[in-house]
Ligand binder design. Structure first.
Ligand code: GDP
Length: 196
């Protein structure tokens, strides 16, 4: 698969407005600021495929990109904004859960977490919803360049240990858009999901 030819297809305000549930999808999720947009841009080798929105509480859209006909990458709204009212947070969470549980064409979920602050509540929740729905998960520990190699490895081992009950369903790797760490692992995992 050539991810460099990925292009924007459409945005949806919620899961009811997504395009038809056919083909194969891989979704990207993470707390706001986890480095999700940067990872999508790095994967696709495009400067601004996924816009980095720095406006918390702004209407969050689900963005869909197409790698090839019927093969999509889905950029889910970032979660965890402190400034967002509780009611809105719960609404987002419900929508995320619904998407993970109902979307038939969803093959895999990439969960991005800052390597310095992994496995926050909603990160763990996302992993659980996915696994319960039979969706495989790739956890990317982002901004790995921010830690020295020893600390980096320690965090990787800690997150692998914390998710070991899901072995075979959840894979954990380091990632850095800045230093291009883990991009090959991400590509391999997407290839595998899209080829199944
Ligand atoms: P998003 O909110 O999850 O889409 O996160 P962004 O991709 O917009 O990144 C959030 C912030 O982290 C930005 O200031 C990025 O420049 C920074 N960032 C993203 N990826 C990396 C990385 O690999 N290394 C470093 N050092 N900073 C990164």
């Amino acid at each position: 698969w050539n991810y460099h030819v990925t292009h924007f297809v459409t945005s949806a305000p919620d899961i009811r407005h997504l395009p038809a549930d056919t083909g194969l999808e891989v979704a990207f999720a993470g707390r706001s600021n986890a480095g999700k947009s940067s990872a999508l841009n790095t994967l696709t080798n495009q400067k601004s495929l996924a816009r980095t929105s720095k406006t918390p509480g702004r209407t969050q859209l689900i963005n869909l990109f197409q790698v090839a006909e019927g093969y999509r990458l889905v950029d889910l709204p970032g979660y965890g904004y402190a400034e967002v009212p509780e009611e809105m947070k719960l609404k987002w969470q419900k929508a995320l859960a619904e998407y993970l549980q109902m979307r038939e064409c969803l093959k895999g979920l990439v969960v991005l977490m800052d390597i310095r602050h992994p496995l926050k509540d909603l990160d763990q929740q996302m992993i659980q919803w996915a696994v319960q729905s039979g969706i495989e998960v790739l956890v990317l520990l982002t901004k790995a360049d921010k830690l020295a190699s020893g600390a980096r490895k320690a965090q990787l081992n800690a997150v692998r240990e914390a998710t070991k009950e899901f072995v075979g369903e959840v894979r954990v790797e380091m990632f850095s858009s800045l230093k291009k760490i883990g991009v090959d692992k991400l590509r391999d995992q997407l290839d595998s999901w899209f080829s199944a």
